[in-house]
Write a protein of this length. Structure first.
Length: 415
């Protein structure tokens, strides 16, 4: 496991571990891995902010980086826990084996979680927004609660001396990070763009259900004199912290829409009947200059589907009827999109049925249940194989959808 401690700013070091070949949270593909970052902050006292997961070898990787800095874990005075999810707190079990007594600084809502996950009940100092911890040598840490980004207990820590914000999950991204260059100022533009793509998928998979909380957190952050953003996942933003703030503002806004002037096309088909209309619809949308992001369901993992749907103002759903309901993998995907609170899409459904239909009823139920408020064009349903007329109708709806998306996103009245 590659892991090298690097200097973020005077008295601040980044420790980290990259994890690969896992499904993050047990379900999200991370083909490029994911980094978990931890930070050592030195005044006269020594604090560690955030940790890593507890899987085989990962805590050891973190502890080994103390040695690189000529530090001993026994030098630590404070353990600051911004977020209790085990990807950041899991190392505590291993840490406790080498260090018996330590003082934890965390939010009030983290306390029961510390007991529930790690049976830790002592030496916990609870902090609220505005509370500070003086590390000496002019280094004062200020705490800011940012609840529900991503769990209820989440807080951010701000080093007033260097202007470094430690927001844990907020401003994070997927993607393993090279310890040679974990900073935006040590990366080429295309590498930063790689992390921005990884950030979009991370946001849609992990954060998007908490977009309102994220918007509130971003407002709080804007009230601080932030010079560096040092998140719990991904790269550290030193040259242009505003860039990641803008990205998160944009992504949080996408949840309620409008998002980009693009259309996500999700389709599934058993015997190719529904499929016959897929390409004509895509071509119709693109004929209006609107980009599509196409996913066959269930072949395309929900992690990627969510990314496309979050970023698109329009969604096409093509699926057959199955046992009086919607093609099940599509229903599952749609329900998850609803649970992630991706709302207010311009949408169009088409598909094939044999004798009764039923997909529409389930679609309405999912939309209602999750309060998605998607705005659907009239569906195009065909019996068995679509006729030329069915295809033409689906094509027309594709054009209508693309125009509606343009109008919504660009206010393009001429389209
Ligand atoms: C397992 C299965 C269950 C189905 N259940 C229904 C149904 O409840 N009502 C209906 O109208 N058609 C039903 N159909 C028929 C399909 O909707 C129809 O064959 C359609 O053309 C399939 O489209 P596709 O080729 O795009 O998968 C079912 C088909 C299969 C294979
Ligand atoms: Fe988290
Ligand atoms: Fe996390």
């Amino acid at each position: 496991m590659d892991a090298k401690a690097t200097k973020v700013a005077e008295g601040i070091h980044r420790l980290s571990a990259n994890v690969k070949n896992i499904l993050f949270e047990g379900m999200w593909p991370v083909p490029n891995g994911v980094a978990m970052n931890s930070y050592i902050v030195q005044g006269e006292k020594l604090a560690i902010i955030d940790g890593v997961c507890g899987w085989d070898g990962v805590p050891e990787t973190l502890l080994a980086q103390f040695e690189q800095l000529n530090l001993d874990v026994n030098d630590l005075d404070y353990v600051i826990i911004n977020h209790m999810e085990p990807d950041h707190s899991g190392w505590l079990d291993a840490f406790r084996k080498v260090r018996k007594d330590f003082t934890i600084y965390t939010s009030e809502r983290a306390k029961p979680l510390l007991e529930a996950f790690y049976r830790i009940t002592d030496n916990i100092k609870l902090v609220k927004s505005g509370d500070t911890l003086d590390l000496g040598a002019g280094r004062v840490l200020a705490f800011e609660e940012i609840p529900n980004v991503h769990w209820p207990e989440t807080m951010a820590t701000f080093d007033t001396k260097s202007g470094t914000l430690f927001p844990c999950d907020a401003f994070g991204s997927f993607g393993a990070v090279s310890d040679e260059a974990p900073y935006d100022d040590t990366l080429q533009e295309e590498q930063i763009e790689f992390f921005e793509r990884e950030m979009e998928r991370y946001y849609s998979n992990i954060v998007t259900a908490f977009s309102v909380a994220t918007q509130k957190a971003v407002q709080k952050v804007k009230g601080l004199d932030v010079k560096i953003i040092a998140p719990g996942h991904g790269i550290v933003w030193r040259r242009e912290p505003d860039r990641v703030i803008r990205s998160y503002t944009r992504l949080a806004g996408y949840a309620k829409g409008p998002a980009r002037a693009e259309v996500a096309v999700l389709w599934g088909s058993m015997y190719g009947m529904t499929e016959l209309a897929v390409q004509p619809v895509i071509e119709a949308i693109e004929s209006q200059g609107v980009k599509t992001r196409v996913h066959r369901v269930p072949e395309s993992h929900i992690g990627y589907v969510l990314d496309s749907v979050l970023q698109s103002s329009g969604v096409v759903l093509g699926m057959p009827t199955y046992e009086y309901k919607m093609f099940p993998p599509m229903a599952a995907v749609l329900d998850e999109i609803g649970k992630k609170k991706i709302m207010n899409r311009k949408a169009f459904r088409f598909g094939s049925y044999g004798w009764s239909g039923g997909a529409q009823k389930e679609l309405d139920e999912i939309n209602e249940r999750n309060k998605m408020k998607w705005d659907f064009l009239e569906p195009v349903e065909f019996n068995g194989r679509p006729t030329e007329h069915d295809i033409e109708l689906a094509r027309q709806r594709g054009v209508e959808l693309a125009r509606a998306v343009k109008q919504w996103t660009l206010g393009d009245a001429a389209s």
